[in-house]
Design a protein around this ligand. Structure first.
Ligand code: NAP
Length: 225
């Protein structure tokens, strides 16, 4: 299977490409050329979020078709309260956390792939203090996928929500014994959803010992996503 990966330069994207490339061909969409060896074929499209049609053109230039699309776009910050960060920050976060996913969905639809899979994190189901805009747009991202799936007659739009920090990502604050999930577990789920499909629009990955219901009160963030 040939997979088009958005967010290929990120912590998750880089490692997912390493796992997936053992059985699949991975084309990684990047805004700038990688500075070290990577496990994907880079497709350099600097402003793909604002001009998603340029991706189809770049693929056509290389005579490449793709079977599935995978979006590992996002990132993480902990800062002041969302309303105090202001409108400019909110607009920037909109680009990163929601517009990017909207554009990736439009690329999936225009390429006519079988499945588009978007990754999301715990912020999409919890009101994370200091990362509030990520929660707002993460929740919006989930509905984006559900609407896109409901409206599409050809593409299966799916989301994999990773409800824990990833093991080995040094940016995570693991104070207090926070449980982690291995990137190999994520890669396995991704490969299964892309190759075998799933009738579930939303799949949640939880660490082995986590309680199954999510808290609804605001939480202090411990990890990305
Ligand atoms: N890391 C974790 O522990 C963890 C845990 C749970 C869920 N997740 C999920 O995994 C996904 C990826 O997270 P990550 O940790 O890999 O984040 P990351 O290391 O910060 O990487 C983010 C990726 O998104 C791209 N990106 C960000 N803003 C963009 C924009 N405006 N336009 C185009 N590309 C943009 C970045 O490209 P550039 O390199 O060009 O900036 C980079 O490839 C997210 O959905 C997150 O919720 C991660």
């Amino acid at each position: 299977m040939r997979i088009l990966l958005f967010g290929a330069s990120g912590w998750v994207g880089t490692r997912l490409a390493e796992h997936l490339s053992t059985d699949h061909e991975v084309i990684g969409v990047v805004r700038s050329a990688p500075s070290s060896p990577v496990a994907f074929t880079p497709l350099e499209v600097p402003d793909w979020v604002r001009s998603p049609h340029t991706i189809a053109a770049a693929l056509a230039d290389r005579d490449l078709s793709v079977d599935a699309t995978l979006a590992a776009v996002g990132g993480w910050y902990v800062d002041g309260p969302m309303l105090e960060r202001g409108l400019e920050s909110f607009d920037t976060d909109f680009d990163t956390y929601l517009r990017a996913h909207f554009s990736a969905c439009t690329v999936a639809a225009s390429l006519g792939v079988g499945t588009h899979l978007a990754l999301n994190g715990v912020a999409s189901i919890e009101a994370c203090v200091g990362s509030g805009a990520i929660s707002v747009f993460g929740a919006g991202q989930q509905m984006l996928i559900r609407v896109a799936d409901a409206e599409s007659e050809t593409v299966d739009f799916r989301e994999l929500t990773i409800l824990a920090p990833l093991h080995g990502d040094g940016r995570n604050d693991l104070d207090g014994g926070v449980e982690t999930i291995g990137i190999d577990v994520v890669a396995e789920s991704v490969a299964r959803i892309l190759t075998l499909g799933t009738t579930e629009v939303l799949t949640r990955l939880t660490p082995p010992n986590a309680p199954q219901s999510a808290p609804s009160a605001p939480v202090q963030p411990a990890h990305p996503g």
